[in-house]
Design a protein around this ligand. Structure first.
Ligand SMILES: C[S@@+](CC[C@H](N)C(=O)[O-])C[C@H]1O[C@@H](n2cnc3c(N)ncnc32)[C@H](O)[C@@H]1O
Length: 188
């Protein structure tokens, strides 16, 4: 991706590119169609590993296909389960955890990430981060559940001790209501 200051996903990827090193273990908490999983698999290299989560079997299938096409399936564990359960599979420490909230592009909008499970998953991911590791969240206000998630994240991340975490909230100020927002948290 060329440098273009226009999307929350770009901001998240820019940070991930700097924070994730070959050999790292990372989490994609919302695999969807697998674009972030593929990106992470490339970043961690052959010695690293990606754990990817989604509640929809169709997401797991399309992500598996994408990884096969790129010959990267062996460095990824695909989990058809809620990200709020990630500690059942991942013991950490991880260099990054990536959340891209909302619904599967092209899928059923009723199957979206939800405030309560997102909160539980973000807490789990923070607990798994190694020192220097980052958590990125792209949030999509502008629909009721997205608005709730954004408010929950602002409140929760604001409450974190600045002795333990650095927290950044990036908003495109001139993009209007409902524009995607990016949160980046680094464990100190
Ligand atoms: C915006 S999409 C993710 C896009 C994806 N990162 C990509 O690169 O294609 C959000 C995904 O979160 C998934 N999701 C919703 N609730 C979830 C949960 N509790 N645990 C894990 N995934 C969830 C949805 O099924 C959907 O596929």
């Amino acid at each position: 991706m060329a440098y273009e200051l226009k999307s929350a996903r770009f901001l998240a990827r820019d940070a991930l590119q700097r924070a994730v090193q070959p050999g790292d273990t990372v989490v994609d908490a919302t695999m969807g169609n697998g674009h972030d999983t593929l990106f992470l698999a490339e970043q961690v290299g052959p010695a690293g590993h990606v754990y990817a989560f989604d509640i929809q079997e169709s997401a797991v299938e399309s992500t598996g296909k994408l990884l096969e096409e790129h010959h990267l399936a062996d460095r990824v564990t695909l989990c058809c389960m809620s990200h709020s359960e990630m500690k059942r599979v991942v013991s950490g420490p991880v260099a990054a955890a990536v959340f891209n909230l909302g619904w599967l592009p092209g899928g059923d909008h009723a199957i979206t990430t939800r405030c309560e499970t997102t909160r539980a998953a973000v807490e789990s991911a923070l607990g798994l981060l190694k020192s220097g590791g980052i958590l990125t969240v792209c949030a999509y206000p502008g629909h009721p559940e997205g608005d709730r998630e954004r408010e929950m994240l602002k409140e929760f991340f604001s409450s974190l001790s600045n002795r333990a975490y650095n927290v950044l909230h990036q908003v495109f100020l001139n993009a209007g209501e409902g524009a995607p927002e990016c949160f980046i948290v680094q464990k100190l």
